[in-house]
Design a protein. Sequence first.
Lengths: 117, 114
Amino acid sequence: QKEVEQNSGPLSVPEGAIASLNCTYSDRGSQSFFWYRQYSGKSPELIMSIYSNGDKEDGRFTAQLNKASQYVSLLIRDSQPSDSATYLCAVNTWQNAGGTSYGKLTFGQGTILTVHP
Amino acid sequence: GAVVSQHPSRVICKSGTSVKIECRSLDFQATTMFWYRQFPKQSLMLMATSNEGSKATYEQGVEKDKFLINHASLTLSTLTVTSAHPEDSSFYICSAAEGNSPLHFGNGTRLTVT
């Protein structure tokens, strides 16, 4: 089983619709969860972070976390063509190495979203 | 907000040569930086975790003698691809976080080995 798994996609939605992106993770010790957006040829940019169970809303984006089900999702309301990109789910787990603690981010394989006019 | 600068953005080199990529945190101190590699149409794969003042921690399958990482200060980490070959051609991305804040990524380096 992959550590972080996203719905395979690609996902295509019409402009103005709601896009729903899903992600599951295997490590119950994970504490922080992120959604990144990546345009072709560019590095990822953070769009949402969520740390506790429930919903978190930021503009047209809503992240949902259910730690019991090890599930995190991202909803994009009123989808726009400019939202067309690859969306990466990332899960952070604290690691210890040589006396140093740091968060290790593991990414899902990404879901390609296309919003058509 | 936190800014991570990566240089160069694009490099073309001949097979057998070495390439150095720099990653700087511009407005914060980064105890830990991360190096990722991304092949076309694939997700980011963590190569190594770089801790300031100590040896990097490499992920399984990543050759530490080929991908040399130096994290000499709290604002600079470098990745050197030694004796590069065409199969090393990829998109290399560094990232860093300030404390417990989310990771911020550099703009990436597109490496092409001919």
